[in-house]
Every structure is written in C-alpha cells, then in structure tokens.
Design a protein around this ligand. Structure first.
Ligand code: DGY
Length: 325
C-alpha cells in the first residue's frame, strides 16, 4: 500500500507526478482557516508531510500518530518543535545549499537598495517628483570599499562575504559562535566580537538562524553601538531582532537605513511604523524566491521525503537523533 502524504506547497507538474507515483497525496492549497481544518483532518492518516510556513507544534503532531517524516521546503527550521519530532522519531529534513546563492543575492540587493536609496528614488521618479537634477539631499552612500559585517557565518554568510570581497572590494568582518579560519583565508575576513562588529561595520548583515540563543539578539543596546552612518540588513528571521528597538533606532537616526526581508510577524502589517520610514526597504521574505531556486528547493524536499518514506536516511536530515535504524 502506498504511504499517505499531506502536501501544503504547490509543486511543479514533474515533481507532483513523482510524488503521486510513489505516494497517495492529499493536497492542501492554502494554509488559511479552511486549509488548516483540512490539514487537521488529513493528519491522522499521514506518513509524510511536505511544505513550508506551517508552525508544526506538538498539538498538530499529536494528530498524526503514523507520521514518519516532515520535509520542509526551507532551510530554516524554526517553525518546528524539533525536540518533540525527535522524541517521536519523526525525521525532519530541510533544503540547505540550493538556496544559498539566491539568498545572498537578496542580501546584496538590500545592501545596494538601502545605500543608493533605490526604492525611495525610483518612487520619486514614478510620482513625478523628479523636476530638476537631484542634489545632495538625494545622494546615497558608496557600497564598494565599505566594511561588510556579517553576523552568522554559515553558508549564506559566506556567499555574502564572497560578493562583498570579490565583487565590491569590501573588507569583511564577521561574528559567529566560533572563528572560521577557512573563511578568513578565502575572503581575507576578520573575526570580531559582536559588540566590536556592531561598532565597526558599515553594513551589518544578519544571516544566522532563529534559535533560543539568537532570539532577540539585536535590541536597544546593540543598536546603540551602531554608528549613524551604518546600515542594518536582515535576511535571517525577524525575531532575531527586537523590532520596536529597530524602529526606535531608525527614528532617532542611530542608524542610516535598514533593509529588511523578514519581520517579527509575517506578513508585515501594512500599518507597521517601519513602512512610514523612507530609509527602510522592506521586502516580503523573498530570500530564496526565484523560479529556479524554489523549484530546486521543492525537488530537494521531495527527494528527502521519498528517501525517508522508503526507510533510507535522507540527505538533509535535521534531527539526526531521530535516526535510529
Ligand atoms: C528558508 O528557507 O528558511 C527561507 O527563509 C524561506 O522560508
């Protein structure tokens, strides 16, 4: 008998065909209230789950006594109760590597957009405000040659360092839980304590995962260490930052600008004070959102799920403690 899979992410036709060939699929089109009710109905039969953006806690997992594997179409796994999944021996997989370069591109897009005020000035043109040659009031700041500070030197941090170092001649400084000699050698990068990085970097970029240790890492005290000309970029998770403190820092001119792809609550409320500030560039969590990369992520998640349901160890197993075969 085929195993039952609940799918809550749209797959391309070839991937859907592969999934349907090997499993019995229940499709949940959207995670709105109706979709969530259908998901809850399907969980008791499910052996596998495939999707993203679902907060999968013990309450939902308890509805799924037969569950063997959860394949997340994301690299971040902060939506999952990993300890409980492991206790239940349910395999959790993610999609690293395939999104690294695209997410670093997003980071660099935000660096350039904030420094050169791309969104604000494009809107000026669009709304008829370009009446004469622009002057210093509309100038931005250079990116090339400025100090790039990366907090969280994982794969995406490295890809950002590569762009900054080789593409823009930027000195790279970084902070992570331990120094990384190979990274230092490749990008001529230097390790800094968190406080030193906040004081020295022109661009402060967050690329670290959300965990109990990183939640609220950047708050009032940290913004106070930044310089009025520094630019803050977040492509990791909104909850790593105290958003109220960020808004305060922007309003008081403690930092020059912010480029944000992630927020404490998503979707961001249109009434958020962040959207009143012309020096904020806000994007709707598009880190990995290109056609090519989202397809690669879905393929990776599908490979992981089918391997797990076949009793094989999936390539991107997150909770290795759940693997006891
Ligand atoms: C990820 O893969 O974690 C991206 O942030 C999309 O959620």
């Amino acid at each position: 008998m085929k195993k039952q899979v609940v799918l809550y992410k749209k797959l391309s036709s070839p991937l859907m065909a592969r999934l349907q060939e090997q499993t019995e699929v229940t499709v949940i089109d959207s995670l709105d209230a109706e979709g969530l009710a259908r998901l809850r109905d399907a969980l008791p039969r499910a052996h596998g789950l495939l999707g993203a953006s679902l907060k999968l806690d013990a309450g939902l997992l308890d509805l799924a006594p037969n569950l063997e594997a959860v394949a997340s179409v994301s690299v971040g796994v902060d939506n999952y109760d990993i300890d409980y999944l492991t206790e239940r021996r349910i395999l959790l997989t993610n999609t690293p590597d395939v999104l690294t370069e695209t997410t670093a591109d997003t980071g660099f897009a935000l660096i350039l957009a904030t420094a050169r005020r791309v969104v604000e000035l494009a809107n000026l043109v669009r709304t008829g405000g370009w009446q004469r040659n622009i002057g210093p009031a509309h100038f931005g700041i250079d990116v090339h040659g400025k100090t790039l500070g990366i907090i969280g030197m994982g794969r995406i941090g490295e890809a950002l360092a590569q762009r900054g170092h080789f593409g823009f001649g930027m000195p790279v400084i970084y902070h992570s839980h331990s120094p990384k000699p190979a990274v230092e050698q490749r990008f001529d990068a230097q390790y800094r304590s968190l406080n030193d990085l906040l004081q020295q970097a022109d661009f402060i970029c967050l690329t670290l995962p959300l965990t109990a240790q990183t939640e609220g890492l950047i708050g009032t005290d940290e913004f106070a260490l930044m310089r009025p000309e520094s630019i803050f970029i977040n492509i990791s998770r909104g909850k790593v930052v105290d958003e109220t403190a960020l808004i305060d820092a922007l309003r008081r001119g403690q930092i020059r600008a912010a480029g944000l792809d992630v927020f404490e609550r998503e979707p961001l409320n249109p009434d958020s004070p962040l959207l009143q500030l012309s020096n904020v560039v806000a994007t709707p969590h598009i880190g990995s959102a290109t056609h090519e990369t989202r397809e690669a992520m879905a393929r990776c998640a599908l490979d992981n799920l089918l391997a797990a349901l076949a009793g094989e160890r999936p390539a991107n197993l997150v909770n290795t403690g759940a693997w006891k075969r």
